[in-house]
Design a protein around this ligand. Sequence first.
Ligand code: SF4
Length: 507
Amino acid sequence: MTVIRQDDFIQSIADSLQYISYYHPLDFIQAMQAAYEKEQNPAAKDAIAQILINSRLCAEGHRPICQDTGIVTVLLRIGMDIRWDSNMGVADMVNEGVRQAYKDPDNILRASILSDPAGKRINTKDNTPAVIHMEVVPGDKLEVEIAAKGGGSEAKSKFIMLNPSDSIAEWVIKTVPTMGAGWCPPGILGIGIGGTAEKAMLLAKQACMESIDIQALQVRGPGNAVEELRLELFEKVNALGIGAQGLGGLTTVLDVKIKDYPTHAANKPVAMIPNCAATRHAHFVLDGSGPAQLAIPKLEDWPEISWAAGETARRVNLDTVTKEQVTSWQPGETLLLSGTLLTGRDAAHKRMVEMFERGEALPNGVDFTDKFIYYVGPVDPVRDEVMGPAGPTTATRMDKFTETMLEKTGLLGMVGKAERGPAAIAAIKKHRAVYLMAVGGAAYLVSKAIRQARVVAFEDLGMEAIHEFVVENMPVTVAVDSTGESVHHTAPKIWQAKIGKIPVVTE
Ligand code: SF4
């Protein structure tokens, strides 16, 4: 009988979470490199370059790929012949491993988990609890699949109960464009088909954790209906032209993974969960001989890519920039920002807008006049870092605050990731402001541009506090210009037409 010791299990959970925070899976790197080589849209190619450069830096520096270090999901297959040498429950051991990983002083990870989700939403401070699924199976081993799933991509999860005669491909092709770019493509689509509603969702999550192998399937050809569907969806989703970060281009998905399960004759449940540019998962088996040993990848496994876009980019001094200059920026243009930026995301926006409603002034030190706000919740710094990984968060969540912020504060514009919705675009146009996009999933690279950082208000909000950053040459793309033209609307249509496999419908 195999004996699994408590300390071995806890250490394996902690080690694997640290590991996936800075090492992309090798299959992901290879697929992303292939996408980089193939890409023809310069803006999308540039975004993929930043993701790959960031990935290599993280592998080298052992720092998180993304500032959102995810919600931990663990799938356990527990052999029936295992005996636990432990005085803790299995879930408690997993959570102790999560706690140790996220509070590791050498590579502190961002705590993003909130208790009381429908109410006070209070940060648990150590990223616990994990979401844990357990299955008891024959055998004497403990199999573990572990992932740290970004909130931006998890937010785009979809589910539908189709009629048995409905087309799954049709639903997927109709639904992917509604997910926008907040899931930080290119990534992987995990699809679960069958079972019941909750089973389909779990299948989709398990599918996300599988390795990328679509190229092998393309070579050998489909052997069943699921493989046929994978190939069809891979081609059609990429033909949508959404591209890296929604900037338009040839690669939106690196693979489409599908898992299925028998279902009721009256049902056809389908779940779809995207996995983002910060795809993070590891698999290991404990056999009683000690903690998991995760293979250390070689740095040569990462391509060496030089970032060329900076040579032609417009340089912007954030301390002297004027409204007139902002209105001359073109959609899709690359800018390098230097100077002072203020940060703020969901909780800070909510609090500021409530202060305006009560007629209160913003706290001392918070003056947005002729400034930009960066939507970010950074990771705490370690060692000699000024700031930990600090990539953009999804801007769409700030749409409802945008009109008030532009009207009341004198802001020139905003920096975030993904597209803006109609209300935010209307506000940007009205105030002749601008929305700039940084690359989601290139957080460590962005943090290298931060020269100084300090908290200026709302310290109690932790990573959501308002910081003042002094940046140097921070790369961004003009995503909505001062006339309200959005690259996330125009570019995918252009690339969908160029790819030419799906008709473009214009509004
Ligand atoms: S890559 Fe994007 S979706 Fe993924 S964790 Fe980072 S910010 Fe979130």
